[in-house]
Design a protein around this ligand. Structure first.
Ligand SMILES: [Zn+2]
Length: 325
């Protein structure tokens, strides 16, 4: 069957061309692969250094609520470019939008809806815009928690002494600016070194909100031992940054809020936690706040939704877990 033979030949030829194109395409340089040589014991030790312990979702939330909702905002503002040594006016202005426009708009929205929120503030953001901190502090219902010194990357630092210095400096700065010592932490970009969790434990914090092993509150273990820290997990799919411009390309905030709504519906059904991560320079834009407000109005229309700060949620689950025999 010549026609069939021609077709098969053409397919083989195309596949060959494709394979050739792939083989000549630029490839990233091979990186180190130490995992290739690790024994099962070594794999266990490395994989389980910091890991999720038991779940801490209580049998019921305060006043019989079915779900806990935490609206969290990370005012990174100018810190990421500053940490990279960048001070280009356009880049600075993009970050400044968070402090000057996003935060006031978010605070007005929280006021309208009579809701609390948690703000994970890099200490340098607090120092550069003290009026932002005064505005957050004004209602007395919002929480200020840690988000690094200048949005540093502890994994790249890989220096426990320097990391401890930055954690201590950030805690002291926030205490001075906010009037309260922070009880919680969210690492910048959720990135941690192998030392971070131990240092957060040493700092005496109540909770962390940087890990993704579960979608309900849980204990955190270091080398199999409980740290006593409550983890309030985050997730990339419950964060505005991976979806919305200028750092991503999903054109409509409506689609993002629909994803958030679907996730909330399941959290509501399961009786667990809905932790939303947003950024004042991203969600604080006009068109996006409209959709966030619609989402919140939807959540408020359901019976038994407990809106709380991360500190309140961590405190409650820890107390309930302590009361469980
Ligand atoms: Zn951040």
């Amino acid at each position: 069957m010549p026609h069939r033979a021609f077709v098969i030949g053409a397919i083989l030829c195309l596949c060959g061309l494709r394979a050739q194109a792939q083989s000549t395409a630029p490839q990233p340089p091979p990186g180190p692969q130490p995992g290739l040589a690790w024994t099962q014991d070594q794999l266990n030790k490395v994989a389980h250094h910091v890991r999720a312990g038991r779940t801490l979702t209580p049998k019921s939330w305060p006043d019989g609520a079915r779900v806990a909702v935490c609206l969290s905002f990370d005012p990174d503002n100018l810190t990421i470019p500053l940490n990279a040594g960048i001070n280009a006016p356009l880049t600075m202005s993009e970050g400044e939008y968070g402090a000057l426009t996003g935060i006031p708009r978010i605070l007005r929205f929280l006021e309208r809806q009579n809701l609390p929120a948690t703000f994970y503030v890099p200490a340098v953001s607090a120092l550069l815009h003290p009026q932002m901190m005064q505005a957050i502090n004004k209602s007395g219902r919002h929480e200020v928690a840690m988000h690094g010194w200048i949005h540093e990357d502890p994994q790249a630092l890989n220096d426990p002494e320097e990391e401890w210095r930055l954690i201590s400096q950030a805690m002291n700065t926030l205490e001075k600016v906010d009037g309260k010592r922070p009880t919680g932490n969210r690492n910048p970009s959720w990135t941690m070194s192998g030392h971070t969790m131990g240092l957060l434990q040493k700092a005496g914090l109540l909770y962390d909100s940087s890990l993704q092993a579960m979608d309900e509150p849980h204990d955190v273990l270091i080398d199999g031992r409980s740290t006593g820290l409550v983890e309030l997990p985050v997730n990339w799919i419950l964060d505005d940054a991976p979806f919305l411009p200028p750092y991503a390309s999903l054109p409509s905030p409506r689609l993002v809020m629909k994803t958030f709504k679907d996730d909330f519906d399941r959290a509501y059904r399961d009786g667990t936690l809905f932790m939303l991560t947003m950024h004042p320079h991203i969600t604080g834009q006009r068109s996006r706040m409209k959709h966030l407000e619609e989402l919140v109005v939807y959540m408020k229309s359901k019976p038994g939704v407990w809106f709380a700060t991360a500190d309140e949620i961590a405190r409650f689950v820890k107390q309930q877990a302590g009361a469980t025999p």
